[in-house]
Design a protein around this ligand. Structure first.
Ligand code: BG6
Length: 478
């Protein structure tokens, strides 16, 4: 729809920015922290770009005050960060580590002191290695209990001050990359194991939300879903069907379960036929239905375009993790869909389609199907940045990207989408799990690279000043 006039961003809109523990904190074995599955995984040769790891990351653990001061200078209204499970429970369960609680208590207090709303992600992929070793992590139902216990600890310790919570960050990604593409720990390629682990993660998510209701009754919680809205490659009905299949298997498969506690029908039939369907035990559906979120967290970077794929067609492809444009491979699910390059869209150097309208389309789909508020928990542009003389970074391309996506948000709000906040990815530059330090997302440049940690000085990019202005005007000029 073309609106004559756009609605404004609502009062109290959460103008935010986001990060994740492993990508910023460093201090990987400090103050009693246990190992996470990423601490081991990054040490396997060939798994990450140039062997990069988060041992030191951007040293946020030691410099959080400096980082929060920059957030305050910007006028940021909300900061989304994640808690490292292995800082709280070094062994995943059992004994609590007080230093871990102290760190996050201090961070939360520092944010509140500067009127910045903390948005806490409970799980951003760094499972304690001890639980992986003990019983296979997400593949064992014991994790439902252990995750619940970890969440209860967080809710009880921080729930007095933290009112916005994200449960699982991108379950579709950490499960898909961990159990199918073998690009994340535990490095498995097995459809059946993937869907089983995914089901257990959904149960853990629901149980934690149930606990949240009792402990933080005035808070809001939801998962963050990696939303890649799909398009059919052509209006050939077979391509449209391929697109429907893709939405069924890649979007509804997760979001229907979060909101309705039920798997989509065609998707489930397809998986049963393949022998990949998860084991749904008595009581599972009931628990899933009890874990309905307050909002859908949306991490949005790109869209996908799909066409038909025969039964003997293309399967798992490869990612571009080098920033060398055009190195992404075609991929799909045989008998359902495969990817097609969208000729209407430009891409980043990592081959991610730049598609602000796709964000509006995705939010509209969620609103129509689930009728839930939306929190954009991540959106941003990963690019090479250049540190120029005088420590200046002219990232006009990032401003352009965010501005267009915010415009799409405004249009979506005008369409009737209940959007409560927008967090860019990310505030400072940070470690990209598979792409090293050269794929930068921040408003604040961190002076380090793959080979040299340097002093890790923080420099404000041009986008820093631009976003400051947007926040000050509540997005009125977007
Ligand atoms: C999301 C994650 O998938 O996208 C972040 O929640 C991640 O942790 C971000 O960094 C960008 O992805 P990438 O691969 O470019 O770092």
């Amino acid at each position: 729809m073309i609106h004559k006039k756009l609605d404004n961003f609502p009062e109290g809109f959460l103008w935010g920015s986001a990060s994740a523990a492993y990508q910023v904190e460093g201090a990987w074995d400090t103050d009693g922290k246990g190992k996470s599955i990423w601490d081991d995984f990054v040490r396997i040769p060939g798994k990450t770009f140039m062997g990069t790891n988060g041992d030191v990351a951007v040293d946020h653990y030691n410099r959080y005050k400096e980082d929060v001061a920059l957030m305050a200078e910007m006028g940021l209204k909300a900061y989304r960060f994640s808690i490292a499970w292995a800082r709280i429970f070094p062994e995943g369960t059992g004994k609590i580590c007080q230093e871990g609680l102290d760190f996050y208590n201090n961070l939360i207090d520092e944010l509140i002191k500067h009127d910045i709303e903390p948005i806490v992600t409970v799980y951003h992929w760094d499972l304690p290695q001890a639980l992986q070793d003990l019983y296979g992590g997400w593949e064992n139902r014991q994790i439902i209990e252990d995750f619940n216990n970890y969440c209860i600890t967080l809710f009880e310790n921080f729930g007095d001050r933290v009112k916005y919570w994200v449960s699982l960050n991108e379950q579709n990604i950490f499960i898909g990359l961990g159990y199918l593409r073998a690009m994340h720990p535990p490095g498995v390629t097995d459809y059946k194991r993937m869907y089983e682990a995914n089901h257990i993660a959904s149960l853990a998510n629901a149980k934690a939300i149930k606990s949240f209701r009792k402990i933080v009754p005035d808070g809001k919680i939801g998962p963050s879903f990696a939303l890649n809205p799909g398009y059919p490659a052509t209006c050939n009905p077979e391509d449209v069907l391929a697109f429907e299949d893709e939405e069924e298997l890649n979007a509804h498969w997760w979001m229907d379960v979060y909101v309705w506690g039920e798997y989509p029908i065609a998707g489930m039939k397809f998986l049963k036929e393949k022998g990949w369907a998860p084991t749904v035990l008595e009581g599972d559906t009931e628990l899933l239905k009890e874990g309905k979120p307050d909002f859908m967290g949306v991490n949005y970077y790109r869209t996908g375009t799909f066409e038909k794929n025969p039964l003997d067609g293309v399967g798992i492809g490869g990612f571009n993790t080098t920033g060398k444009k055009g190195t992404t491979q075609e991929e799909g699910v045989p008998g359902a869909y495969k990817t097609k390059r969208n000729e209407y869209l430009e891409t980043t150097n990592w081959d991610w389609e730049i598609d602000p309208t796709g964000l509006r389309i995705g939010m509209r789909r969620i609103t129509s199907r689930y009728k839930l508020p939306i929190l954009i928990s991540e959106n941003g542009l990963g690019e090479f940045d250049k540190l120029e003389e005088g420590n200046i970074i002219n990232d006009d391309y990032r401003i352009d990207y965010i501005e267009k996506h915010l415009r799409a948000c405004k249009e979506a709000i005008t369409d009737g989408v209940d959007l409560i906040g927008y967090c860019t990815w990310s505030f400072t530059d940070l470690l990209s799990w598979l792409n090293g330090y050269q794929k930068r997302y921040g408003f604040v440049y961190v002076d380090r690279d793959e080979q040299d940690e340097k002093e890790m000085a923080r420099y404000k990019k041009k986008s820093f000043y631009w976003y400051k202005d947007v926040i000050m005007n509540n997005g009125k000029d977007i």
